[in-house]
Write a protein that binds this ligand. Sequence first.
Ligand SMILES: O=C[C@H](O)COP(=O)(O)O
Length: 251
Amino acid sequence: MRRPMVAGNWKMHGTRASVAELTNGLRHLALPSGVDVAVFPPCLYINQVVDALKGKSISVGAQNSAVESMQGALTGEIAPSQLVDAGCSLVLIGHSERRQIMGEQDKMLIRKFAAAQACGLIPVLCVGETLEQREAGKTLEVVGRQLGSIIEDLGVGAFAKAVIAYEPVWAIGTGLTASPQQAQDVHAAIRAQLAAENSEVARGVRLLYGGSVKAANAAELFGMPDIDGGLIGGASLNADEFGAICRAAGN
Ligand SMILES: O=C[C@H](O)COP(=O)(O)O
């Protein structure tokens, strides 16, 4: 039985004041005990969030990390070892905004994934197709390639200690959600791709769905057999809404 996970990606949102308000809201949430809950603040606020959530069972992660594990001469980057030092346990790898806007490609993401794991961080590998790719019938090919590049280089065993988030680009921040069945179909394909290499890893890995998840649609999505929770953007900036999504994963 996989333990559900709900993670809030705050993206490039927040100020010291709004982060204080949000973490205060999170501290007072009634969270289900059977769900792993995590938040991914902007790097600048990780220390503040770790301090504010001390004693709460909410993990903190980073939205990105460097291709090298250890600190060194890499201007503007944050090493996975520094994230661990700051209290992070997870890191997003290959979010579509980084793939599309920052030009991150599979080769670089393999290095980031490996560097994060080398420090004990759990990578959350984000995969997903654009609207154009979906309309061209290429969804499974695109997602399969994004996942396959890590499997080929690092081996399927890398997913024994990782999480995968399927986020169709067309559903991110648009209010358009993949239907539960559309999401399930891709999740099932991801699990089958892993199972072709190692069935135990495939059975154990958590597959999150992301893309306009809200309290109103979370339960239906999380009710699908291969959807083990969600990666939440906009709705995670409101503590009450986020709490309701976490509870939907616990039912
Ligand atoms: O990482 C989160 C996703 O990009 C989803 O964002 P969204 O919930 O605002 O659509």
